[in-house]
Design a protein around this ligand. Sequence first.
Ligand SMILES: Cc1cc2nc3c(=O)[nH]c(=O)nc-3n(C[C@H](O)[C@H](O)[C@H](O)COP(=O)(O)OP(=O)(O)OC[C@H]3O[C@@H](n4cnc5c(N)ncnc54)[C@H](O)[C@@H]3O)c2cc1C
Length: 462
Amino acid sequence: MEYNKIIEKFEDIIGKKWVLTGKDELIPYSKDETSDASAIPDIVLIPENAMQVSQIMKIANKYLIPVTPRGLGTGVSGGALPVKGGIVLSLERFTSILEIDKGNMVAVVEPGVITGKLHAEVEKQGLFYPPDPASLDSCSIGGNIAENAGGPRAVKYGTTKDYVRGLEIVLPTGEMLTPGGKIHKNATGYNLIGIIIGSEGTLAIITKIILKLIPLPKYRVDLLIPFQDFRKASSAINKIFETSIIPVNIEFIEQKAIDALKAYIEEDFPFSEAGAHLLVGIDGNTKENVEKEYETIGEVCLNAGATDVFVADTPQTKERLWKARRSLHDALEKKSRVMEREDVVVPVSRIPELLNFVYKLSEESGFEIVPFGHAGDGNVHINILKMNTPEGEWVKKKEKVVEKLLRKVVRLGGTLSGEHGIGIAKKRFIHISLSKEEIELAKRIKKAFDPNNILNPGKIFE
Ligand SMILES: Cc1cc2nc3c(=O)[nH]c(=O)nc-3n(C[C@H](O)[C@H](O)[C@H](O)COP(=O)(O)OP(=O)(O)OC[C@H]3O[C@@H](n4cnc5c(N)ncnc54)[C@H](O)[C@@H]3O)c2cc1C
């Protein structure tokens, strides 16, 4: 069928207004937050319900048109970029929180709901949805599921995968499925939900989600703990766990990140002369317990070489620290528009070795490398800044530096990505982490879901 006739079919399904073909309309869908990457679609479709998604997929599958699902475009591994052209299918109109069911402790939501908006709505009812990617004010729940997003609170509360009870999905061939439900337990057949979580929009389009909620803890305190250097800070992390207290988060921020942050927010940061900081959160249901736990953690850190402990226990002080933490990504981007962002994860006990290796790599390569992030769950973001490195030298040298880093991570018992996914950004390195057999099996799974390879082709695997 000719191209214009196919467009007419899409217009019949979702209405002319929601079929974008003009160059200016397509450009916003050609980028996400991945540094230095873009790909322009031929057409953008913005449906509003699962039935429309199903009809679109049937046509795309019949005429072998690539379809790239898109949430809100904050991904940093290029998952939402239509690298093979074709359709970008945006879920931006799926914005309803359909139900907050207190009796079953679940929320039923559409995939385009902004994560931070869900937090605010459930918290009004004394409930809690813990996954908190730093992009929570601008990313979608659908994108979070597709990437198995995490956040600082993963140390105590886990990641997105721990909260998905049920899904409505549309397969690349157009069939609609509803695995799971408002149920706690499910041992009926294969865990289809498990395979969709983290599949980066390559297996199915998520059109509805049932999320587990838990009671909102009543008290929370954050500690900002400065250390002279990264060695002392990173070795304190294990000492914290030895107390058997599980903090909500343990974030690691080192001096170069703080310097970039100060330049970005144009104000000072507490203990900004320190070599490294830990940002430790503690929550609970009684003030006494929270106080007891933060005193213990403060003491352990002081014994491990901390130079001070700043207790943020008012909404204003807590917000100041978290606003700063969430600005780190933008602060580094201001310093170097192009950077290579690694999202590696290692066993928590191996973090000191990882950081040692990163600083040596920085010295050897001459690149400024800034690590920060969720050290409490072993997921450290390692940012290699291009700064003024000439393009040719950057491309050649950076590849070697990244490969060296990733091989070290795997030797430490870790893996390539803790939460950002593989997308296009890391697919050339996936063999470092997965065996040939694992990759072959994954490709067979992809074929079972998507026999014509039309859904988000060109992602995860070469
Ligand atoms: C400043 C900043 C901070 C960040 N901090 C974190 C962090 O702390 N933790 C973290 O995990 N991530 C973080 N991220 C990365 C990003 O926000 C997450 O990956 C997020 O989950 C992406 O959601 P999105 O709606 O923007 O998805 P998009 O970028 O639009 O898409 C991401 C992937 O999901 C797929 N997808 C989207 N919606 C659907 C759907 N409904 N069905 C099927 N597939 C779909 C897309 O095809 C793509 O592969 C950060 C990003 C930025 C820019």
